[in-house]
Ligand binder design. Structure first.
Ligand code: CP
Ligand code: NVA
Length: 304
């Protein structure tokens, strides 16, 4: 059966754990395995990307395949060709599509009309590829996932949504500290809680970053202003004041607490320079692990 990777909750907790473990296994293997020889993917990126796009292109190459970048303004999509026709045509040439776009519903529509696997490289609602790299990084640095205390400080955005659901699936105790109007949508919260009831993960949402950080094994943050929210930048910079991972907040966590950030980061907004460039930070290992996570996802979706 065709396997898409649109959001974590489409998959079982077991499959998500397998992806996390496969990420670290592939990191160990390096360029030694070519499970996607002769296969091609298209990368449709409607938003900027430094890491995800590079990781998919390089990852595909390292596994013996080929990746072609299809910028929306260079294909007929932005000249009125429908998603439906684009998906049907692409399915005749390619073995998979990796898509970064705005509306998650549009991605679902594209997937509906494709006969090849579609992978979500970020939508406004979810960033599932990121969550695989994040939990692989936590497993790598902590040696386990079950029972870890992860505190996410900041916007209840695409990254937070996938992290919350992913934590529920993997048995990680996730606390989200977000301002009241920036919590994840109710359906994301409901999905995460339903999964956590099965796995035993403990989930919390608070408006208090200090309470979230207390005794945490890992702290995580992301930008206050995501791609597409530029018009709200001024308001958000006001509303998120205090939701910064700085030395004071880090001091409330466990002494061996690690700090994650999906990047790109804004030093002095959601994270201080002293923390992101300090000894607790694993953000560049996390960025490196995106390469191996994207490889694991490609292999699951496109492999034989
Ligand atoms: N973390 C992440 O997805 O980075 P890019 O936007 O650079 O791909
Ligand atoms: N929340 C951020 C993540 C970037 C990788 C955004 O959507 O812009």
């Amino acid at each position: 059966m065709r396997k898409n990777f649109l959001k974590l909750s489409d998959h079982t907790p077991k499959a998500v754990l397998q992806l996390v473990e496969e990420t670290l296994r592939l990191k160990g293997v390096g360029r030694g395995e070519k499970p996607l020889a002769g296969k091609s993917i298209g990368l449709i990126f409607a938003k900027s990307s430094t890491r995800t796009r590079t990781a998919f292109e390089v990852g595909m190459f390292q596994m013996g395949g080929y990746a072609i970048l299809l910028r929306p303004d260079e294909i007929q999509l932005t000249r009125g060709e429908s998603l439906h026709d684009t998906a049907k045509v692409m399915s005749r040439y390619l073995d998979g599509l990796v898509v970064r776009t705005y509306s998650h519903e549009e991605l679902e529509e594209l997937a509906l009309h494709s006969s090849i696997p579609v992978i979500n490289a970020l939508t406004d609602k979810y960033h599932p590829c990121q969550a695989i790299a994040d939990y692989a990084t936590l497993l790598e640095v902590k040696g386990k996932l079950k029972g870890l205390k992860l505190a996410y400080i900041g916007d209840g955005n695409n990254v937070a949504n996938s992290l919350f659901i992913g934590g529920a699936m993997l048995g990680v105790d996730v606390t989200l500290a977000t301002p009241k109007n920036y919590m994840p949508p109710q359906d994301v919260i409901d999905t995460a809680i339903a999964i956590a009831n099965e796995t035993g993960a403990r989930l919390n949402i608070t408006e208090n970053p200090q309470n979230a950080a207390k005794g945490a094994d890992a702290l995580y943050t992301d930008v206050w202003v995501s791609m597409g929210q530029e018009a709200e930048a001024k308001l958000r910079q006001e509303e998120f004041k205090g939701f910064i991972i700085d030395d004071r907040l880090l001091g409330l966590a466990k002494p061996d607490c690690k700090v994650l950030h999906c990047l790109p980061a804004h030093r002095g907004e959601e994270i201080s320079a002293s923390v992101i460039d300090g000894p607790a930070s694993v953000v560049f290992d996390q960025a490196e692990n995106k390469l191996h996570a994207q490889k694991a996802i490609l292999k699951m979706c496109l492999g034989d």
